[in-house]
Write a protein that binds this ligand. Sequence first.
Ligand SMILES: C[S@@+](CC[C@H](N)C(=O)[O-])C[C@H]1O[C@@H](n2cnc3c(N)ncnc32)[C@H](O)[C@@H]1O
Length: 248
Amino acid sequence: MRNRKKKNGVNRLENLSVLILSADDISSGCEKLYDEERPLRLEIGCGKGDFVSGISASEPGFNYIAVERIGDVALAAVEKYAERRGLGTLDFHGGWRGPDGTLYKGEKWNIPVEKRGNVRFFIGDAAAFLEIAPKGIFDRIYANFSDPWPKSRHESRRLTHPGFLMKYAALLSPNGQLRIKTDNDGLFEYTLESLTASGWEILFSTYDLHSAETDPVIRGSNVATEYEKRFTEQGVKIKAVFASAPAG
Ligand SMILES: C[S@@+](CC[C@H](N)C(=O)[O-])C[C@H]1O[C@@H](n2cnc3c(N)ncnc32)[C@H](O)[C@@H]1O
């Protein structure tokens, strides 16, 4: 994903930095980061945040962490989430304008924890996040439209490589699920093989998610991502698989 450098990106991130997690926040346990303890969900490669903003509102009984490694893309996701939560808006002249009209320009706005909602962001590589996150804490892990890395020499970078699957398995709670969506046929076939070879149970899979929306497993619950909207407009069918990790 390419993105021109956002104007005042560092200052803009500082305004909403209470929504951003440090490595220490994660390694020391995530429950205390939210106003209420709820089952925790993880999205890897959240892009500009349509999915996490949408699902955190439509399924509010969970806390969410969204991971994105490109700073400017993550900034777009954080600002989108804050705006949709009614936490203000980016000011035309620069800075963040809170809902009461206060302007925060390059300074942290210490949003009260009960107003921060149920999403926090980690800006960094998924591999680093997966190393430091406590085991067994996630009810669900989402990886939507992850980069396909088609060359075989880059196979280990695919987010559904067995090496990544092993790490997800360690982070998921006993009934937890991994949910993958992609436009890419090659990555989808690879993912199905990788899951099966790694002992995961396939709970649901489809080569055409939007036609499958009458299936009780997903009825009415799909939240489209930015890439999903774009590919769907181009007539590309969306592939999806839900799986649970091998026991123990
Ligand atoms: C193709 S985009 C999809 C974005 C979004 N999930 C969607 O469906 O619209 C993939 C995103 O994942 C991020 N990403 C890829 N590999 C990552 C990794 N190892 N750690 C964190 N983010 C990653 C990229 O920076 C990019 O924003």
